[in-house]
Design a protein. Sequence first.
Length: 622
Amino acid sequence: SILHHFDAAHKNDYSIFSCLRNQCRILTKQCYENFIRSCEENITVNPRLFWKFHHNLNGSSNSLPLMFKDGRYISDRHEIANHFANHFASAFVESIQSGNSFATLDQIDLVKFVVTAPDIQDRLAKMNVKGSTWPDGLPPVFLRSCATSLFLPLFHLFTSSLKEGVVPSRWKNSKIVPVYKSGPKSDFGNYRPITIQSAIPKLLEAIVASQFTKALGNVLSSNQHGFISGRSVETNLFSYLNYIFVSLDKGNEVHSIYTDFSKAFDRVNQKILIFKLRKYGVGEAALKWIYNYLSSRTAQVLIEDTWSNSFVIRSGVPQGSHLGPPLFLAFINDISSVFISEHALFADDLKIYRAIGGINDTAMLQQDLVQLELWVLNNDLQLNVNKCSTICFSKKYSPSEPNYYLGGQLLDSVDSIRDLGIILDKKLNFHLHYDQVTSKASKMLGLLKRQCNDFRSITALRTLYFSLVRSHLDYCSVIWSPYYVSHINRLQRIQSSFLRMMKYKLSLNGIHIDSTEHVGIFLDIQPLKQRRTFLTLTFGYKLLNGHLNSADILSKINIRVPQRFVRTMPLLQTRHNRTLYFRNSPLDRMVGLINEFSASIDFFSPTIFSFKRSVTIEVNIK
């Protein structure tokens, strides 16, 4: 009877457990579906929710692992934060050198830069409120919500700061968050510092930086493409590759030298920077404010909820700020004056190149490296020579082997190189870059398929495809757009795979479409070949209408002027090219496409919106 009673009680408990288990399963499923629907509905306004979902699926975490230092593992968060602080502080150097005396040009007085109350109120109303802990403890959501009450006090604070040339010390404290790069996660050297500044000083910086950049606009070198309105990675590579293709078409080789500055932003000598700004015509009141803004800055590393000890930033310009990039451009600007050969910059990414017709050209390129060494020495910077390399672009069967020295060390000669995200091989056929693009886009598409298997929102999936997958297929396609059918089809297969998935998702929503081509039309997703044509024509429109600030590229384009009236005539003059290879260089391909569509599209349309609408229609027709 005892066993019978125990068995009955056990069955009763098990039935209760089964009922609760079923309820738990139902609730778990409902919660998961609600979370998925929330991710879908908020994918454009709150993408962090999706990435949190992504990290949870992959088992990844934002928390740091055990860190390794001096032969032992460290778990204490405060100790880890202090080790990170010491590591990041080691990048800074004392600004001892006072620089040279420069003749002063027409003065630009920062006090004359207008700081208006309405401008502050407008910027407060548009302030980005996303973020976590801020160094001064004031969240941006508070500033934006109280904009009508705060803009006048801030106006008086900003005006006083600019007039007196003093930045409050609390405004000069920054938060640093370590972000993993690559290699062992326990190594402090495998993390980069991400600097976060308080919202109020960042607002003042934004106002000053916009006017400061305009004031120096005519001083900055045309070879600099970083952080300048109207210039970009595309203008940098477009101008560079046009030079190479023209040289190769003439039967010459082109030797390029890629350099690598060691922590250039952090090592900027602030005293030399001030002297250079004086040279460019910045007045004493402005210099006083800028020097005070740069000096005596402090930072703390934040690990989860633990702060490191504060440390002093002894050099450099603030990264993660509005004013840091234009100040760095002003500092590195005069490097352009030391070179004989062609060169191009994107912030601190420098390449020096020259068409090689004989031994004199290689000697001149070597002389440029000597001048580079002297400039680096005089400006208190440092080159990472082990990461500098040379490449010979050539169509010859037996190209020359470039031998160049920097700092007494022979530079590595490579067959391919990554230039601002684009892989360039020595024959410029872009095969290696096609491999990279295909690999990256395929991996991201696989991630999208796996992690969004339960998504049903067509809009959300389309948005994720554009941001995660097509962004890789679009990046700088003006430079590398393929012309062989095999390469075109290889890239298109990635999009076709996504469209097949969307065909299935549409069928779940009661929409049945017979082919992936029609799915693309239904979802307004252009075939990639048409997409690249659209992007190239848009680049040409921006160039012709002054939206791009690249006099070098524009000077290579000539509008055709007819000798007599003809019914149809190409808009631009074309260059004579001997082969299909040269006819598909970035510039010649763009000119060819503009001429092909110039009869049906107005390339001087008053707005870029109307131009894009016309291009979309015409490209889809063809």
